[in-house]
Structures are given as C-alpha cells and as structure tokens.
Design a protein around this ligand. Structure first.
Ligand code: DSN
Length: 416
C-alpha cells in the first residue's frame, strides 16, 4: 500500500517524549491510569477503520459481522462484571454517557438533584457552564460542614421540596464510600429515577472494594473505563431492561454517530482483565495506597477534606497549611518537580475553580506500576518538600531527581 514515507518523525518523537514523561515522573491524577499492553493493542488495531452506526444485528453499514461480535462481547462482559441487565458500551466518554442518560429519561427543564461541583460533583451533574445545567433544572446538594460527607438530610429535604424526576449520585472529587441505599430510598419516596455516576470508582466496584450501585438498586449506572477500571478512554452505561431501548436510542442516534470500535474492543479487554481474581487485589492495593498517602500527607501537616479516604483519592485543603498557596500554584510547583496531579476546589472554596484551594491526589496509576505503602510515604514527603520549597529551584531539582530515581524501579512501560 502507498503508505506515506518517510516516517512521521515530528509526531512520533512527541509520543516518545510522552512515554518518557510517563515513565520518569509520578502520575497522581485520580482519573488517570496505565492501560495494559492488551488494551493498547486493541486501541491501536484496525478496528479503527470501521463504521458501524447502530447496534449488533441492526447496523446501517455492511461488513459488521466481526464488529457485532466485538460489541456483544464487550456488552456481555460489562453486564456480567457489574450484575446489570443491560449495557451500552458506545459512549465516547463519561460526559457523553451522562448526557445520553438525561436525553433518554428527561424532558428539557425537568428537575434533577446532583452533587454541587465544589463539593465534589462533576460538571455534568448540573454545572451552569455545562449543557446539563443549561438544559435541565438541577438542584444541588452538598456535604455536611461537620464531617464533609454527603449530607443525606439535605438530599431528602431537596427531594421533598423539588420533587425531582431523577437523583444523581456519584462524584469526581470525593474521598469516601458512597452508599446507594439512602439515595434509593429517597428516590422511591419522591418517585424519582436514581442514577449513579461511577466514573471514578468503577474499578473499585468491580474489584469488590466499594458497594455495587447496581446491586443497591440504581436504575442506571454510568462509568468511565479509563480511571480505576484501567481500560481505554471511554464511557459506558448500565441500566435495567426497562430502560434499555431508551438508553440505546439516546446514545445513537440521539447523541453520537458511529461508535469507536477499536475503543469498544479495548473496553472488552478491560472488562476481561477486571474480572480476573488479581484485579481484586489491585483494587485493594489502590485503596491501601491512598490511605498510606493520606497518612503521610496528614503527618506533614496537610488538612485532608473529610479527614481521610476510603477510595483511590485524597483531597487536600491547602488553606490551613499556607493561606497564600492556591491549588494552582501548588500544582505548577509539583509539575516542575515531576509530580503530576490537579488543583481542585474544596467544599465552599473561596477561590474560583481555575485557581482553587485544594489538590486532588490519586493512587490508581502508581498502584498499577507496582508502588506500595512505603513509596506512598516517600511521595507524601516529596509533595510536602515541594510545597515548602516551591520558590527554591534547587529544592525543586532535588525533588525531581528523587522522583526520577523512584520511577526507575517502577517504570510502567520499560520496553516502549
Ligand atoms: N476529568 C475527569 C476527572 O478528572 O475527574 C472528570 O471529567
């Protein structure tokens, strides 16, 4: 075939640089992970060439006999992994999965309850700058001021006052277990649908570390496949049989065009990997590592929102540590030191979302590369050292050297 020659040096040099960055620096972004070679292989396969609008057995294009089997395999593995009645594996992202659910179940202007952005919720849970907040009447609930955990009194009061058509649970920056049962009970009391956005914790659910919202009565569970679940970038929806047709129609043709078949295949690989016994051990190690990191950070005088963690992330409130240190300033200093994480709002944050007073720190990726509790103590100390020495380039360089040395023993892609 007339493939272009010479090799695209510019682009592939950039990819090589990114492999080097991932190999030599510490990845603590709570929503990131390292996929397996099998997931990478499926993502880079010729399935990217195919068009397959529709669903298995009901396509608008020919030549889909293999793709049908791939998508069936992905759907069957997803339903088996979470004990769901139906799966849609086509959403390109978690945001698309959430928007498809709204499109399937709500009319424009309908009332929905969701966790407020600065309390740990996601943009698609009704933020005014997101389509969810512009199209639907989202009413927010939050966390308590006392223990910074979901305030179920607030959820129930808001539900009784506003009679929502749907209640959305789930979070993007919340470090505690979310019990679906009180949400289910409140939804039943007001006749609302109950959707759980498990984008962050899908891998912890699959690995038996967190309760399964499907088993606890959620009508719908959305999730992403690339965070704790360790698959390719993408989203998925689980639902009851009763909602299946509406959900499928909302994903396609409602919201998206053709599915990304190479990504659907890689999702199937990730579901297979997550069903293996060793994935339970992996999920347990993510949680243990987050607890160890929390202990180290708290030991260095950093305040943790809610006092700690039950999942894969820690949310640090920097205000009591250093009133001048915003989340953004801290993140930029840590970036220079080779530690990647993100600034994040903390509950009732006085700073805007692009500055923030907090840091969100996650352990899925470092756990995948084999780091354990001893390394979490080291990373906690290096984060503290960077925050204190953020204006001293010698200190930053010293931390970066220590990070590089740590990563040498845990290189995620040594053969890349
Ligand atoms: N960007 C994802 C996260 O980091 O949590 C959510 O969209």
């Amino acid at each position: 075939m007339p493939w272009p020659e010479p090799h695209d040096h510019d682009l592939f040099t950039l990819i090589d640089r990114e492999v080097d960055r991932q190999n030599r620096t510490v990845q603590l972004i709570a929503s990131e992970n390292f996929t397996s070679p099998a997931v990478l292989r499926a993502t880079g396969s010729v399935l990217t060439n195919k068009y397959s609008e529709g669903y298995p057995g009901k396509r608008y294009y020919g030549g889909n006999e293999v793709i049908d089997s791939v998508e069936d395999l992905a759907r069957d593995r997803a339903t088996a992994l979470f004990g769901a009645e139906h799966a849609n594996v086509q959403p390109h992202a978690g945001a698309n999965a959430n928007m498809a659910v709204y499109l399937a179940t709500l009319e424009v202007g309908d009332t929905v309850l969701g966790l407020r952005l600065d309390q740990g919720g996601h943009l698609t849970h009704g933020s005014p700058v997101n389509a969810s907040g512009r199209l639907y009447n989202f009413v927010s609930y939050g966390v308590t001021t006392s223990d910074e955990r979901i305030d179920f009194d607030q959820v129930r009061e808001a539900a009784l006052a506003h009679r929502p058509k749907m209640i959305v649970a789930g979070a993007t920056a919340y470090s505690r277990i979310i019990d679906s049962r009180p949400f289910r009970a409140i939804a039943d009391e007001v006749g609302a649908l109950f959707m759980f956005d498990a984008a962050h914790i899908a891998g912890l659910i699959a690995g038996g570390q967190h309760p399964n919202p499907v088993e606890q009565g959620a009508d719908i569970m959305t999730f992403t496949t690339h965070k704790t679940l360790r698959g390719p970038r993408g989203g998925a929806i689980l639902c009851t049989k009763a909602l299946a047709e509406r959900i499928d129609k909302a994903v396609f043709p409602g919201l998206q065009g053709g599915p990304l078949d190479h990504v659907v295949a890689a999702k199937a690989v990730a579901f297979f990997e997550a069903a293996q016994p060793e994935f339970k051990d992996y999920a347990a190690r993510i949680v243990a590592n987050a607890a160890a990191l929390a202990e180290s950070l708290a030991g260095h005088g950093l305040r943790l929102v809610s006092g700690g963690t039950d999942n894969h992330l820690v949310l640090v409130d920097l205000r009591s540590f250093d009133a001048d240190l915003s989340g953004k300033k801290a993140r930029l200093a840590l970036d220079r030191a080779g530690i990647s994480l993100n600034e994040n709002t903390v509950p009732d944050d006085p700073r805007p979302p692009y500055i923030t007073s907090g840091l969100r720190i996650g352990t899925p990726a470092v756990t995948t590369q084999g780091m354990g509790e001893a390394e979490m103590a080291t990373i906690g100390a290096l984060i503290h050292r960077t925050l204190v020495g953020r204006d001293d380039e010698h200190e930053i360089a010293a931390v970066r050297a220590a990070v590089n040395e740590l990563c040498e023993a845990f290189t995620p892609y040594p053969d890349a």
